[in-house]
Design a protein around this ligand. Structure first.
Ligand SMILES: [Zn+2]
Length: 475
């Protein structure tokens, strides 16, 4: 039987703020366990939370970047449950009136509707030690977290694992460019819950949802979704029924297993937090966030394509990593040649920074790269030599110009000397030259250019040399 697949996503991202959501403890990872804690974030009796205004602004920023409406009044509720990483036995979250409602994100040709973004606090972390004991670190407890929920029961929705990943990657890009979150996946700063259901093709009625919680890494999300689609398809094909449940994805084994079923699902007993007033968000706050919004990926993409004439492919390569597009914009302010700079970045620089999971830092200064690009364009240094210099100064504090001079790579041969060398090479390679006359084979021409470059020790411009050889041969 054929089925429609319906995929819903709930995405958590840790906000970039200096302090936690309801106290003045630092929002920082990598510290000694249980050092960024206070009576408020561990929930000692009598301690009172104070809302971090900047966390609210960051949530609004995330919302505006995705075209959300901002609620004029937002409410914080307590979500009650017990778990060792949550010392208060409740999490401050938002249920009835979140800060952002009704946004969307474009995936392929679809605008995927997003129900909400709400602000909540993160829980601490359990650390399972080798001796079988479990330790708890509350440093992360109280860190501001935004949760985004897609509207899976509406059209259009996410239908494949590939679309889910595209959604997550685009979302991550928007958050990073907007400056609301760093979204370092390996540090757990962005985590996704996924729900999957199948329905007979064309049916208006949605199937039973199965949820998978806290999957780390987009590759795992992809695998987990595909596994779940197959699992449900097999059950339905055999005439079985899908049970509403939460499953846990085991990435090592490549399978998921039941965590809890609907019968024992939790009732969180949400109620408004009596210690926190409703948040009034007036227009001036929203205006202020709008006015300080950095350029978002789509805006930059339009600029790159329309103003700079880049191809969509090149624009996407530059925008894939924010530090690369920042560097690109920086270089243009010193050398306004959008296509040249793009070519260098998308080939030479990307080749040096790309890793399996992302991209490392750019280990050359803007000034040095501009010097190389400009002098290649001005025919003062050959492209090949420039690439060599780039390799040599990469990751060092060497200067491109000094290095090029030290290695005698600056093109400074005078015309008559070059003419002489070209003539000599043509004469010495009479057989090859006649072969070229017959076939016009570009490989032969390149060989001759190579011979001249060797004689000049790379101090002539390869383009000039080629033109000169052609002149002689054709005369
Ligand atoms: Zn605290």
């Amino acid at each position: 039987m054929n089925y429609d697949v319906v995929i819903g996503l709930e995405v958590h991202a840790e906000l970039k703020t200096n302090t936690k959501c309801f106290c003045s403890c630092k929002n920082e990872s990598g510290n000694e366990p249980n050092t960024n804690c206070c009576p408020v974030c561990v929930g000692l009796p009598g301690a009172l939370p104070v809302l971090n205004k900047f966390a609210v602004e960051q949530t609004i920023r995330a919302g505006l970047a995705l075209g959300f409406e901002i609620n004029k009044t937002a409410i914080f509720e307590r979500k009650n449950y017990f778990y060792p990483d949550l010392s208060k036995a409740y999490q401050i979250s938002q249920l009835v009136k979140p800060i952002c409602i009704n946004g969307s994100l474009r995936v392929g040709e679809k605008d995927i509707p997003i129900n909400r973004i709400h602000l909540e606090e993160d829980a601490g972390k359990l650390v399972h030690a080798n001796d079988g004991s479990t330790l708890v670190d509350y440093n992360r407890g109280g860190v501001p977290l935004i949760e985004l929920v897609t509207e899976a029961l509406q059209e259009p929705h996410i239908e494949t694992a590939d679309e889910a990943i595209e959604f997550l990657e685009k979302l991550r890009q928007v958050y990073i460019y907007a400056g609301v979150a760093d979204c370092l996946i390996e540090k757990g700063q962005m985590r996704a819950d996924v729900n999957v259901s199948l329905k007979p093709k064309g049916s208006k009625e949605f199937g039973t949802k199965v949820e998978m919680k806290n999957i780390m890494g987009f590759k795992s999300v992809h695998r987990a979704i595909q596994y779940e689609i197959e699992r449900q398809r097999d059950i339905l094909d055999d005439g079985g029924k899908i049970e509403q449940e939460t499953r846990k994805w085991d990435d090592d084994k490549g399978i998921s297993f039941t965590l809890r079923t609907k019968e024992n699902s939790q009732d969180y007993r949400y109620f408004p937090d009596p210690d926190l007033l409703a948040v009034e968000i007036d227009d001036s706050i929203i205006e202020n966030v709008k006015n300080t919004m950095p350029m978002l990926p789509q805006e930059l993409k339009n600029k790159y394509m329309q103003e700079y004439g880049l191809s969509e492919y090149d624009a996407d390569v530059l925008l894939q990593f924010k530090h690369v597009s920042d560097f690109y914009n920086d270089c243009l302010s010193g050398y306004n040649q959008p296509k040249t700079v793009c070519n260098w970045l998308t080939t030479e620089i990307m080749a040096r920074i790309k890793t399996e999971t992302g991209a490392g830092p750019i280990l050359i200064s803007k000034q040095n790269l501009i010097w190389l690009m400009k002098n290649v364009d001005d025919k003062k240094i050959n492209r090949l030599s420039a690439k060599e210099v780039l390799s040599q100064i990469w990751g060092t504090d060497l200067n491109a110009e000094e290095e090029a001079k030290r290695q005698n790579l600056i093109i400074d041969i005078d015309t008559s000397a070059l003419d002489g060398i070209v003539k000599q090479v043509v004469e010495n390679n009479a057989n090859v030259v006649s072969q070229f006359k017959e076939t016009g084979d570009s490989k032969i021409l390149n060989f001759l250019v190579g011979q001249v470059m060797k004689e000049t020790r790379g101090k002539a411009n390869a383009g000039d040399v080629m033109a000169k050889i052609k002149d002689i041969v054709n005369s």
